[in-house]
Structures are given as structure tokens and as C-alpha cells.
Design a protein around this ligand. Structure first.
Ligand SMILES: [Fe+2]
Length: 374
């Protein structure tokens, strides 16, 4: 008797220790999930968290496509990632479909004996489901998806302890997805507002129809080949959209003049770079964009404006917008001159590479051009 109670005591404390560890893990995973606002990254982290917390072989997040009334596997980790990623299930189909439709969690430790289990996924992925735990992901009581973990490691069964932890994780996933969605909506609204502003400027200048859009597309193509990081790409995109925003402060008779500008007029139009920066400086969130707008007419040999920056003094986003902007100006008709052919414009970029333009940026532009991206 004595021996047994001692044994029981050890087992109980091990159990409690294990529970505490998993609660700590849950809290850590929740923090990781909520430390990004990137929707795709939240989905990826949700998969990782499901796999890790449930000690499972594979974790998946299935999101509901309201229109098609389908569930789709957004991301899945493990060896079968490529296959599982493309799968869809109808609402009500399979364990995940049942959970999505009923909004209730489910553990199935013998899928072969459960009529709700859908063999199609296993057959198409050559994966054998031995046990599955599946919980709804709810945003304000509305089921938006399903979080599942498949095959508990060491052949163990999923139990009620797993379930309560998994439900808590699903709540964290829902919050992270909601935050990311709201942020994405804000970002989209912001880009659209910036595009509308740029469009308002273009409407005043009849010779530059579509200029902003093209400069933005060329800039992003260059950025891809320079392998910029996502935050730099974001800055570049906004800077390209808003690069000529300062033209709002230039009088119509200069901006709309069909003939070439005289010296004085040219000096006036040059002010648009600085004015653009002054306009944007009021917005704290756009601080990183300002250099791209202010310096898009600088040249690396120091003969540009407004500050005559040289070489590396010129910020990367400004170097990129400068090439994109000049190429578009060269390949667009003006009332006082015909557009250059693309080949001639490329020749000009090459000729001025290392003098007016950064040679790496020109290289990236040409690469994008040769691949038909420009
Ligand atoms: Fe400009």
C-alpha cells in the first residue's frame, strides 16, 4: 500500500508538471501568433502552433470560403505540405467539414470507424490519419475556419486535456486572424487613398496619363530583382505612387505648358520634389517614404536635385524610383518630342548607369525588362 501511494504521488506531480508546461507553451504560442499582422504569416504560425501544442505529426488550418461553401487547406506543415495545401472540402464533408458546420470541437481516435471521416484526403495525399482533433475557429461566434491536428505522436490518443488547450489556441488564432484582416483592410484603404491622391495630380497634367501606375509597376519589378525585404517593398510602393505628389503645388501654366520649359519654369517645377516631402512629413507613418519622394530626382554623380546627393547618400527607394520615372518619361510622348523606343531608352539607362543611375538598380531593371515584366 505504502509503495503504491508513493508511486501515485510521483505520477500526479509529473502530470501537473506536464500540464503547466503545456499552459506555458500555449501562452507562448499565443504571443507568437499575435506578434504579426501579416495574414499569411498568422496562418503559417497557426499551423506550427497546432502541431506543436498537440504533439501531432501534422497541423492544418482550414478556412471557410463563404461563397463556395467550402473549406480550403490554407497551409499544412509536414512532408505532405505541397499536396495538402491544394485540398478543399465541402461544408459538412469529413471531420473538419462537420466541425465547421456544427461549430463544435471533435476528437476522433479511430477515424476508420467514424462515418464522418472522409478518406479522400488520405487517398490523395497518401497520408494515413490515425487520430484527429479538430476545433472551430470562431470570430464573434461565427465559425470562420477549423484548426486541426492529426496523428498524436508515439501513437497516443487525443484526450479532453488536449481539447481544452486546443480550443484556447483556436481562440488565439481567431484574434490574430481578425487583427491581421483589419490591418490588411487599413493598408488597402491607405494604398487606395494614396492612389487617389496621385490620380488627382495626374488629372491636372494631361501629358502623364498612367505615369504613376507605370512608375509603380516598374519600381516594384526592380524591387523584386533586388530582393528587397517586405517592409522596403511597402515603402517603395508608396513612394512610387506618391513620388510626384509635390506637383500639387506647381501652377497650371507651368505644369500644363505644351512647349519645353524655360530655365525659370524648370527651376519652379524642380521644387515639386521638396514640396512632396513637405506634404508627407506631416504623416508620422510615412516618415520612411519621404526620402523616396524627396530624392527621386537626385543623380548618383551629385548633379541632381534638391540636395545634390552623391552615390550612397541617395536612398535605395529614391534610386529605384529615379530609374523607373526616367524610363517612363523617355518612353512616353511629349508635345515637344516623340517617345523613344524601349530599346533606345534601355540604351540610355545603360549609358547613364553608374553616372546618373545606380548600376545595380539599372541591372535589376534590365533583368525585369528581359523577363517581360516591364
Ligand atoms: Fe518627379
Amino acid at each position: 500500500m505504502k509503495k503504491m501511494s508513493a508511486k501515485r504521488g510521483v505520477s500526479k506531480s509529473e502530470n501537473t508538471g506536464e500540464k503547466a508546461k503545456r499552459l506555458v507553451l500555449l501562452s507562448k504560442l499565443g504571443r507568437i501568433l499575435n506578434s504579426t499582422l501579416d495574414h499569411q504569416e498568422v496562418r503559417r504560425r497557426a499551423m506550427e502552433a497546432a502541431t506543436q501544442l498537440m504533439k501531432a505529426e501534422v497541423g492544418s488550418l482550414l478556412l471557410i470560403d463563404e461563397e463556395k461553401q467550402q473549406l480550403y487547406f490554407e497551409v499544412a506543415l509536414g512532408d505532405k505540405e505541397e499536396t495538402v495545401k491544394k485540398m478543399t472540402l465541402s461544408m459538412g464533408e469529413g471531420i473538419a467539414g462537420w466541425v465547421a458546420q456544427n461549430g463544435k470541437p471533435l476528437i476522433v481516435n479511430a477515424p476508420g470507424k467514424d462515418s464522418r471521416f472522409f478518406r479522400g484526403v488520405d487517398e490523395r495525399t497518401e497520408f494515413e490519419t490515425k487520430s484527429i482533433i479538430c476545433v472551430p475557429v470562431k470570430e464573434k461566434e461565427k465559425v470562420i475556419g477549423v484548426l486541426e491536428a492529426v496523428n498524436k505522436k508515439r501513437g497516443e490518443r487525443f484526450d479532453r486535456g488536449d481539447l481544452s488547450l486546443f480550443v484556447s489556441l483556436a481562440d488565439q488564432v481567431a484574434i490574430a486572424l481578425d487583427n491581421a484582416r483589419l490591418y490588411q483592410e487599413l493598408e488597402e484603404m491607405f494604398f487606395q487613398t494614396a492612389e487617389s491622391l496621385a490620380d488627382a495630380i495626374e488629372k491636372r497634367d494631361p501629358y502623364t496619363g498612367g505615369h504613376t501606375q507605370r512608375v509603380t509597376a516598374y519600381s516594384l519589378a526592380i524591387g523584386r530583382h533586388l530582393q528587397l525585404e517586405p517592409p522596403e517593398k511597402r515603402c517603395l510602393k508608396i513612394a512610387a505612387v506618391l513620388h510626384d505628389i509635390g506637383k500639387i503645388g506647381i501652377e497650371d501654366h507651368i505644369l500644363r505648358k505644351p512647349e519645353p520649359l524655360n530655365k525659370e519654369e524648370y527651376n519652379t517645377i524642380k521644387l515639386h520634389a521638396k514640396m512632396g516631402a513637405e506634404i508627407l512629413e506631416h504623416i508620422r507613418q510615412l516618415r520612411d517614404i519621404v526620402p523616396g519622394v524627396k530624392y527621386h530626382h537626385e543623380q548618383i554623380n551629385g548633379s541632381g536635385y534638391p540636395d545634390g546627393l552623391k552615390g550612397e547618400e541617395m536612398p535605395m527607394i529614391a534610386k529605384i524610383v529615379a530609374v523607373a520615372d526616367t524610363y517612363d518619361a523617355m518612353t512616353t510622348d511629349r508635345p515637344y518630342r516623340k517617345a523613344l523606343t524601349k530599346e533606345k531608352a534601355i540604351g540610355e539607362l545603360k549609358r547613364c548607369s553608374g553616372v546618373q543611375f545606380d548600376s545595380k538598380v539599372v541591372e535589376a531593371f534590365i533583368l525585369a525588362y528581359e523577363r517581360g515584366e516591364i
